[in-house]
Design a protein around this ligand. Structure first.
Ligand code: ADP
Ligand code: MG
Length: 677
């Protein structure tokens, strides 16, 4: 229907590669410039048609210069306008009909065909009134309307093409022979590139030397420059500020994060959504309403003995009822909201997820790495009598040497900072959500949380109690070290709470959303963190495998849940929630389990995502209500219901009204850009 045409524009101007829908013949012409040229040519042809129209002359009381054949000006130029300007609408109609999806183009096509046939009939003396000037001005206005419409669709996608403009045309490659300037396409993986101050990074890579601050705002939405030193990753499209870098290229072209983001945005924009399906159905319905109204109009006017008026009224009804606005309402909002999100570091993988986000009434945060920094540090060591603190740390570091867990790394760092000699361990085993185990100097050593202690059937002796209780109260994670079944001591790991966490929770509460926290950490620690951030509900000591079940339990109360996690070990929980949000995924758009990806590590972006969803929904609803109300009022007037009171809508005015209603929808969608996230 109407939308099909528009979707195709949305789809195709944006990413010609995804051209499944773009192959459409009628839409191949849907380039704003084509419509602009068509509009001016058609306008030039239409002016004489109007000037020499008998009806207009009678109204305005003037006589157009008469010469031999001057009475043929309206039919000849009118036919030219019909054939040249009406062509795209007729082709569109043919397309729609051949796909059995009659819509906007079919209605316009039918309307101009009716007017064209009626006018020739009049010119050949079969009718008294011709509508040449109305037909010509109708096509002119339609061309103008299409031009403006195409332009606003292009603008909606402007941000996306702006993303592709981020890449420089050339790069500066460093070889043994010095620096050389090469075209972007010649950059290969492993190349060493020089990035001068103020230059754009041409490919993804790793900093080898130099240090500079990078403006990454165009990719992550982060407005503050990010300092980069050797070892740091850089993203193609970002800008070096006040410093130069040497980078080793790790990804080029399609493999870069920028390409991934563009692909994601394009896919999200092209993907179907519930609102879109609703608009589709409304547009389909409207086609038959329009056709029905046209038939009734024709019948009634013929019945009261006014066949000429019948044809004009019918054509006007068909023009007025074009589900243009309806077809544009949803795709435009989708295009604008996904690009707006991408500009603010909210990547939408699944449109439905963004759409559902507006109904979310409970947000569950994973604690570690989401509400906290995720890089804990060892803040306390307490050894049981008979054990040295240094020896304790050495054992723990030895067990954890092979582990990737953030807590393991904190232990390794602590041992390293204190210059402790760490013995080599063998037979390392990790137990998710519990701890780690290995053989050190022929001793069976385990490191882990309260679960580990419970599994080993051990209690915390009085000598350690004061320290561990105090740590837990302060929100520190307590880890126990057990060797050959004996508790040797405990460590406290402190994971700094993100400054933005509190604000994120407050904002969500302000939006009427409950906030919960899910963690594998001990109850006391979880409660302490939750209290400081202002979170109401806590699920603690949850094994990674049980996180999805915990989400299900929270959903059981009827809550519509958004789960926010890191997207790697929280994948099942993200998938279980109505809306899965991966946080701090950076530019890794491959987080499959999440519907929305937050590029930044900022929990406040969760509130922003919900706000975006709500705002987009409001816009769609407004547009649909507007488009429906417009039709309900305009169709009867076009049909001539008010004719007894002397109110008759000329066909060209009908076209103006129709175009205006479409432009209002487009402008309203554009207002979404003003949203502050
Ligand atoms: P979270 O849900 O907070 O991301 P995890 O599920 O990764 O936490 O871990 C939960 C708990 O399991 C940790 O608080 C810790 O007590 C214990 N744990 C898991 N892995 C390890 C490890 N490698 N070393 C020590 N403790 C661990
Ligand atoms: Mg985690």
């Amino acid at each position: 229907m109407g939308h099909a045409a528009h979707d195709a524009h949305v789809g195709h101007e944006m990413h010609a590669a995804h051209g499944a829908q773009a192959g459409h013949a009628a839409h191949a012409a849907h380039d704003p410039n084509v419509f602009r040229r068509q509009f001016w040519i058609v306008l030039l042809l239409t002016l004489p048609v109007i000037a020499w129209s008998g009806e207009v002359q009678a109204w305005l009381g003037y006589r157009a210069p008469a010469f031999i054949g001057s009475e043929w000006i309206p039919p000849v130029l009118g036919t030219a306008v019909f054939l040249y300007g009406g062509r795209v609408f007729l082709l569109g109609a043919r397309d729609e009909l051949s796909q059995r999806r009659p819509g906007m183009m079919t209605l316009i096509g039918l309307a101009i065909l009716v007017a064209f046939v009626a006018s020739w009939a009049a010119t050949l003396g079969l009718f008294s009134v011709d509508v040449w000037w109305e037909l010509a001005s109708l096509i002119t206005v339609m061309s103008l309307g299409h031009w403006i419409e195409m332009r606003s669709i292009m603008q909606a996608q402007g941000a996306l093409s702006a993303l592709s403009d981020l890449l420089p045309d050339t790069a500066e490659r460093l070889t043994d022979g010095g620096a050389e300037r090469i075209p972007l396409g010649a950059v290969g993986i492993g190349d060493l590139l020089l990035i001068r101050p103020g230059a754009r990074v041409p490919a993804d890579g790793e900093v080898v030397a130099g240090d500079a601050e990078l403006d990454e705002s165009m990719i992550t939405g982060e407005s503050r420059p990010v300092a980069k030193e050797p070892g740091a990753r850089v993203i193609a499209g970002t800008v070096a500020l006040g410093g130069s870098l040497r980078i080793r290229v790790t990804a080029v072209g399609e493999q870069t994060a920028l390409s991934g983001i563009m692909r994601l945005v394009a896919e999200a924009q092209a993907s179907r959504s519930h609102a879109q399906l609703l608009a589709d159905r409304a547009a389909a319905l409207l086609f038959f309403v329009a056709l029905g109204a046209g038939v009734v109009t024709l019948g009634v006017w013929v019945a009261i003995g006014k066949p000429e008026e019948a044809l004009i009224r019918t054509a006007t009804v068909l023009v007025i009822a074009c589900p243009h606005a309806l077809g544009l309402a949803i795709p435009l909002v989708i295009a604008i909201s996904t690009t707006l999100g991408a500009q603010h570091g909210l990547l939408v993988r699944d449109r439905m997820a963004l759409e559902r986000a507006r109904d979310v009434d409970l947000v569950i945060f994973d604690k570690t790495g989401t509400l906290t920094r995720g890089t804990p540090v060892i803040a306390g060591v307490s050894a049981a009598p008979g054990t040295e603190e240094t020896a304790l740390l050495a054992l723990a570091a030895s067990v954890e040497a092979d582990s990737e867990h953030p807590l393991a790394r904190a232990i390794a760092r602590a041992a390293d900072d204190r210059g402790i000699q760490v013995p080599m361990a063998t037979g390392f085993q990790a137990r998710a959500g519990v701890g780690a185990r290995a053989m050190v100097d022929r001793r069976d050593v385990q490191v882990g949380g309260p679960r580990l202690l419970a599994d080993a059937g051990l209690g915390v002796p009085e000598s350690l109690r004061t320290a561990t209780d105090g740590w837990a109260r302060d929100g520190r994670t307590v880890l126990y070290i057990i060797a050959d079944g004996r508790l040797l001591g405990a460590l406290a790991a402190e994971d700094e709470i993100r400054g933005e966490a509190r604000e994120a929770v407050d904002r969500l509460h302000g939006m009427g959303v409950r906030v919960a926290m899910l963690t594998g950490d001990a109850r006391a620690v979880a409660d302490s963190v939750a209290r400081r951030i202002g979170i109401d509900e806590v699920a603690a000591e949850i094994l990674p495998a049980d996180k999805a079940a915990a989400v299900r339990q929270l959903q059981a109360g009827g809550a519509r849940v958004a789960m926010v996690g890191d997207g790697v070990n929280d994948a099942p929980a993200l998938a279980q929630a109505e809306v899965g949000i991966a946080i701090g995924a950076g530019t890794d758009v491959a987080v499959e389990s999440a519907g929305i990806i937050l590029v930044r590590d900022d929990p406040r972006d969760v509130a922003a995502a919900i706000e975006l969803s709500r705002a987009a929904y409001r816009k769609m609803a407004q547009n649909l209500v507007w488009a429906t109300a417009y039709n309900a009022v305009a169709i009867p007037i076009a049909a001539g219901v008010l004719a007894p009171m002397g109110v008759i809508l000329p066909m060209s005015v009908g076209a103006v009204v129709m175009s205006a209603s479409t432009i209002i929808v487009a402008v309203n969608a554009q207002l979404l850009r003003g949203l502050r996230l």
